[in-house]
Design a protein around this ligand. Structure first.
Ligand code: MN3
Length: 203
């Protein structure tokens, strides 16, 4: 059984960048719904796993209910963990790696927002470390994830949810303004930790 993780901060702590009502509905209703439906789908299909990543390794052989809800649970758990109302800047190894790869943090953010802005319909944009140990900015549709066996784009370090439910109450159709606001909330300590500890690519 998978469970909905608590947020580290209260729903209003992300204001003014993400409003309280959006955080509340997004966490309780959307993420909560994915967890509930994932548990149901696993039980219906007699599947027993400890880690979502295990499902991703063979996701293409499972019904859509498992793909969508396993992705939904992993993606949102990651998203909450890389958001923090405490201001931070890129630090440590990830800072160096981003500067090396993209020239500067500004260019990285510009490139990331370009990819996130071009997701058509619902989906996610990601910073991943790929199998050649290169940083890449990629996107996935729906609740798909870069670790899924039909993508294998790399290990996710940072993610932004660009489904309309993530921003529409406050930003309406202005996705670009939400993408700009996102950077005020990025928890760089956590992004750096994921970069250092990433389990699948080795060092
Ligand atoms: Mn969402």
């Amino acid at each position: 059984m998978f469970t909905l993780p608590n947020l580290t901060y209260s729903y209003d702590a992300y204001e003014p960048y993400i409003d309280k009502e959006t955080m509340h509905i997004h966490h309780q209703k959307h993420h909560g719904g994915y967890v509930k439906k994932l548990n149901q789908a696993l039980s219906d299909n007699d599947i027993n796993v400890e880690q979502i990543e295990q499902l991703f390794e063979t996701i293409s052989q499972y019904p859509d209910a498992i793909r969508n809800n396993a992705g939904g649970h992993y993606n949102h758990s990651l998203f909450w963990s890389v958001l923090s109302p405490e201001p931070s800047v890129p630090e440590g190894d990830i800072n160096q790696a981003l500067e090396k790869r993209f020239g500067s943090i500004d260019s990285f953010q510009e490139e990331f927002n370009k990819v996130a802005g071009s997701v058509f319909g619902s989906g996610w944009a990601w910073l991943v470390i790929d199998h050649q140990k290169e940083l890449q900015i990629v996107s996935t549709p729906n609740q798909d994830n870069p670790l899924m066996n039909d993508y294998l784009q790399g290990y996710p370090l940072l993610a932004i949810d660009v489904w309309e439910h993530a921003y529409y109450l406050h930003y309406q159709n202005k996705r670009g303004e939400y993408l700009e606001a996102f950077w005020a909330l990025v928890n760089w300590k956590e992004v750096n930790r994921r970069f250092i500890e990433q389990p699948i690519m080795g060092k």
